[in-house]
Ligand binder design. Structure first.
Ligand SMILES: Cc1cc2nc3c(=O)[nH]c(=O)nc-3n(C[C@H](O)[C@H](O)[C@H](O)COP(=O)(O)OP(=O)(O)OC[C@H]3O[C@@H](n4cnc5c(N)ncnc54)[C@H](O)[C@@H]3O)c2cc1C
Length: 330
């Protein structure tokens, strides 16, 4: 039996692995050009050379053996290293406190290497934007933006963020109202990210900082990452509230606002290159509260970080549970 896994981020990769383990052959479809999802790495051409910038998730932690196993697999393949960095939390008046010590992992050469490891050996089709499903339980077909149709699939795992998932399921004739209503009750906030490259070293005394107050929630020095090759480079991420308030703002205005704040608070010099990325769906604010859910037939299910919370490890956990649940139905 074949299964379609729609969305090839960490949750999709985990679902595909669990399906394969249950003896079902997974095929993954992702609208992106390459592996990563929200663990993407941007390849930027800057006046100071090429830089691989982690503009989504900044690091991952592993609290469960299942996720640690993926990290170990990536580390063995040279695709993950611990990030031994000076990390602080900075309050509104500049008081800094070290973050709780724990092992924080980064992908090498960038975060997307973790997802590439997770997808290793699987049949993944990129550039495939799923629009809707047709067919019936146990014999589903997937329709794509370019008019292509794939199927039949005995099982379907949908691991898209809630808004995109609702879009897909609502355009489908079958009755997915229970899954749609549940996804509607979740909330996932946006995040404006600014990447900046500088022609001189800039060391404010930390490599990554969680900021309280103001527009920036997190800033990190990319050239403090293990194995980094490239110029002085910083990532500034807006808080969910600020990003929501300026969701439709011009990227130029967003870059000026976040760089200005980093200059005023820490003296970040004027960049020689900068770029902005808007994550419309970034961090889960209200999850569904369970690992995954299936439709009444048990042949289609949904998963992703939005089930449990805003961390890569939770996306992995949800995906594994989803694949296993779909594999159990006979
Ligand atoms: C700015 C930011 C900072 C973060 N920081 C951290 C952090 O420091 N630590 C941490 O643990 N987590 C962090 N996270 C969260 C973490 O990245 C996510 O929890 C995790 O990557 C979610 O994985 P997922 O597979 O559920 O979803 P995604 O990674 O979003 O995967 C969904 C996939 O579906 C694809 N897709 C969407 N629509 C379609 C369609 N119609 N057809 C086909 N494919 C489609 C997308 O291209 C994507 O690849 C951060 C996220 C962001 C955005």
């Amino acid at each position: 039996m074949r299964a379609a896994v729609i969305g090839a981020g960490l949750a999709g990769a985990a679902a595909a692995r669990a399906l394969a383990q249950a003896g079902i052959e997974p095929v993954l479809f992702d609208k992106g050009r390459g592996a990563g999802g929200r663990l993407s790495t941007r390849r930027a051409e800057t006046p100071l050379g090429e830089a691989l910038i982690d503009h989504g998730a900044q690091f991952v932690t592993a609290e469960t053996p299942a996720f640690q196993a993926l990290i170990d697999e990536a580390a063995a393949a040279g695709a993950a290293r611990p990030w031994d960095a000076r990390l602080v939390s900075v309050d509104r008046i500049g008081g800094a406190q070290a973050l709780r010590p724990k092992t924080r992992w980064v992908g090498t050469p960038g975060m997307s290497a973790l997802v590439r490891t997770a997808l290793n050996g699987l049949d993944v089709r990129f550039g495939a934007k799923a629009l809707r499903l047709s067919g019936k339980p146990g014999a589903w077909a997937v329709h794509f933006g370019d008019g292509a149709v794939e199927g039949p699939f005995g099982r379907v795992a949908v691991t898209l963020p809630p808004e995109q998932l609702i879009d897909l399921l609502a355009r489908t004739d079958a009755d997915f109202s229970g899954l749609i209503q549940e996804a509607r009750r979740t909330r996932i906030g946006p995040c404006w990210t600014v990447m900046s490259v500088h022609d001189a070293p800039f060391d404010p005394g930390f490599d990554g900082a969680q900021l309280l107050g103001g527009a920036i929630r997190w800033m990190a020095r990319m050239n403090a990452r293990p194995g980094w090759q490239g110029p002085e480079c910083w990532v500034l991420q807006g808080s969910p509230d600020w990003s929501q308030a300026f969701l439709e703002a011009d990227p130029g205005a967003v870059m000026r606002a976040l760089c200005e704040e980093a200059f005023v608070r820490f003296g970040l010099p004027h960049p020689v290159w900068r770029s902005a990325h808007r994550w419309r769906y970034a961090l889960v604010q209200q999850g569904a509260g369970s690992e995954c859910a299936l439709d009444p037939s048990g042949t289609l299910g949904v998963g992703g970080d939005w089930r449990l919370g805003p961390r890569a490890e939770l996306a992995w956990r949800s995906g594994l549970a989803l694949g296993a649940a779909l594999g159990e139905v006979r």
